[in-house]
Design a protein around this ligand. Structure first.
Ligand code: ATP
Ligand code: MG
Length: 575
């Protein structure tokens, strides 16, 4: 997974990538020559008191060091650039892909997990790319080169390597095997923290109102503690590994000095060689450690890469048509035997719904809560695709129209309107990016929102994320204005008047009438007074149409409709 992800996203950086690898190679080779130069300097210069040799070799060493430093710095700089660019690209790819998801896929992953995947998981991958770039060349060169150079200095002493390197590898291998599963857990626990946190922040008022602080604190505490437990388990392994590695390193230097001293004494080895040998031993062990560190990070990045690929590999169930049909815009909406079941649910939420909404007419949908009204509206702009039957827009199945084409024809005011952080004007221009200020004010007047927008400070007044700085009714009116700015052929109002008082509701409907005269209007409402003048009213019960007609016809024919009307009359009389 990691490899596949990287293969795709490293491709644009092959140029800088090869620069990094060459710089690393030069750097590692330069590093290899230093101890052997140092050995010559000691044996031929210091031991014989030859200042000429010392100066000459010293200058060479200085030059080699300079080359090494420049290459090392360059490699890290270029490597970091490549890694960060790859991170940016993957993040962008995930973000773009998530934008294509329908409500179904969003529900499958859940927003918190999608957020972790786009941020933390991408960061893991980015980090490992940087590590690989730093280590993948340097470590093998240092390891193999180190062994060769050590053999050149002294063959007998090199026997030590046969003991030390396997011991180190066994130790590190053990640690890695234990750590691998922990990293998988870590990511899902970060997900969980995000989920709990997000829920609590969005629901903070509810939490306060129901005095659930303690309960929520406990819930967060649990999630937090669980993450800590995994992190501690990982930390404990690390705490074991690093001292052990240093122990092995120090023990082996002691062994080199112990055996080497004997060989220097009996004249079969020179002091310089011994010093050089020590340096090579350290380089070899360092390279083993670097390689191991990489292997330690790879599993975590592997898990992250899998989570990222899962997002990238999921395609939206709302598929754009291969060959979109174009149709003249009339605004006619028709549902033919439309059925829908939420994924994983046994019971359908919509059953064989037939509906024809003509331009210039208002179609109302009424029904008890949970009847499927919102679901019905959402099938029209393809927020969900029907699972049975057909939805037609302007005589064409919506699945055969280009998605943009569908959306352009429809102005939806959702039941829970969402506003974006920015200004009032920004939000209204989601309806139509090219709308003039006059258009915006016009829409606000119709939506009965002009007054409070003026009080807020006009079109440039700030709106916070989700629209939390305006009241529920104001948010609804802004959402209505946003739909009006678009001037669509089809208006879908999902309970859009519910948060308005009766007077505002009436004023809005009066102002709306001339604006929507040509358009198809479908209104979902709870209040009978909102819809009694509609051209046709559908009564929805448990996903099925149980009555249709005008207000008067329904009073005569539909038991369910009469019940709804009666319940509201009594409620009003009692109030
Ligand atoms: N995302 C979802 N996943 C699964 N089931 C869902 C989902 N959304 C709604 N439902 C179910 O579908 C049914 C119809 O929901 P819907 O939102 O369409 O009702 P509604 O008529 O709009 O109700 P209300 O008047 O309260 O807005 C409900 O029983 C609900 O439990
Ligand atoms: Mg609803």
């Amino acid at each position: 997974m990691l490899l596949r992800l990287l293969r795709v996203h490293l491709r644009p950086y092959l140029g800088p990538l090869s620069v990094v690898l060459v710089l690393q190679l030069v750097q590692a080779v330069a590093n290899l020559f230093l101890p052997s130069l140092n050995a010559d300097l000691i044996d031929d210069g210091v031991a014989r008191g030859d200042t000429g040799v010392i100066l000459r070799l010293g200058t060479v060493m200085l030059g080699v060091t300079l080359v090494q430093v420049v290459c090392a710095v360059g490699a890290v700089w270029a490597g970091a650039r490549v890694a960060m660019s790859v991170g940016r690209d993957v993040r962008g790819a995930v973000f773009d892909h998530v934008q294509t998801f329908s409500a179904r896929e969003l529900g499958h992953f859940g927003a918190p997990s999608l957020i972790t995947r786009t941020t933390n998981d991408v960061q893991q991958v980015q980090m490992v790319v940087f590590m690989i770039l730093t280590i993948v060349v340097a470590a093998p060169v240092m390891m193999v080169g180190g062994v060769v150079m050590a053999l050149r200095e002294d063959v007998r002493l090199s026997g030590l390597l046969l003991v030390v390197v396997p011991v180190l590898m066994a130790l590190l291998g053990f640690a890695i095997a234990r750590m691998r599963p922990l990293f998988g857990q870590m990511q899902t626990r970060i997900d969980r923290i995000n989920r709990v946190l997000r829920e609590q922040i969005t629901g903070i008022r509810v939490v306060r109102a129901f005095v659930r602080d303690a309960h929520e604190r406990e819930r967060f505490g649990d999630a937090n503690a669980e993450l800590m437990r995994v992190a501690v388990a990982v930390g404990r392994l690390m705490a074991l590994v690093f001292p052990s590695v240093f122990l092995i390193m120090n023990l082996s230097s002691a062994a080199v000095l112990w055996f080497g001293a004997g060989r220097v004494e009996d004249g079969s080895m020179q002091v310089g060689s011994l010093v050089a040998f020590l340096s090579y031993l350290m380089q070899i062990l360092m390279s083993v450690m670097m390689a191991v560190m990489m292997f330690m990070m790879v599993p975590r990045a592997e898990v992250s890469a899998e989570r990222i690929s899962a997002v990238l590999g999921t395609s939206s169930t709302v598929v754009p048509p291969a060959r979109p049909v174009t149709a003249p815009v009339t605004g006619r909406v028709e549902l033919r035997g439309a059925g829908f079941a939420y994924p994983g649910a046994d019971e359908p939420v919509l059953r064989a719904v037939d509906l024809v909404a003509e331009p210039g007419r208002t179609t109302a949908i009424i029904g008890s809560t949970g009847a499927g009204k919102t679901t019905l509206l959402q099938t029209i702009p393809r927020l969900y695709d029907v699972t049975a039957g057909q939805v037609l827009l302007d005589g064409v199945d919506v699945r055969d129209l280009a998605l943009e084409d569908v959306w352009r024809r429809i102005g939806l005011v959702p039941q829970r309107p969402f506003l974006f952080s920015g200004t009032v004007a920004d939000n209204l221009r989601y309806g139509d990016a090219d709308a003039s200020d006059d258009d915006l004010w016009d829409a606000l007047e119709v939506a009965q929102a002009a007054e409070f927008v003026r009080a807020m400070g006009g079109l440039e007044a700030a709106v916070t994320q989700g629209g939390s700085n305006v009241s529920g009714g104001q948010r609804q009116r802004l959402a209505i204005a946003r739909a009006l700015v678009r001037r669509p052929a089809v208006y879908l109002f999902d309970d859009a008047f519910s948060a308005l008082d009766l007077a505002t509701d009436a004023a809005l409907r009066t102002a709306l009438a001339p604006r929507t005269r040509e358009a198809t209007v479908i209104v979902v409402a709870q209040r009978v007074s909102t819809i009694r003048h509609a051209d046709q009213i559908l009564v929805l019960d448990d996903g099925a149409v149980v009555g249709r007609g005008t207000h008067d016809e329904l009073l005569a024919t539909s038991e369910t409709y009469r019940e709804i009307v009666e319940s509201q009359i009594t409620a009003e009389e009692m109030a």
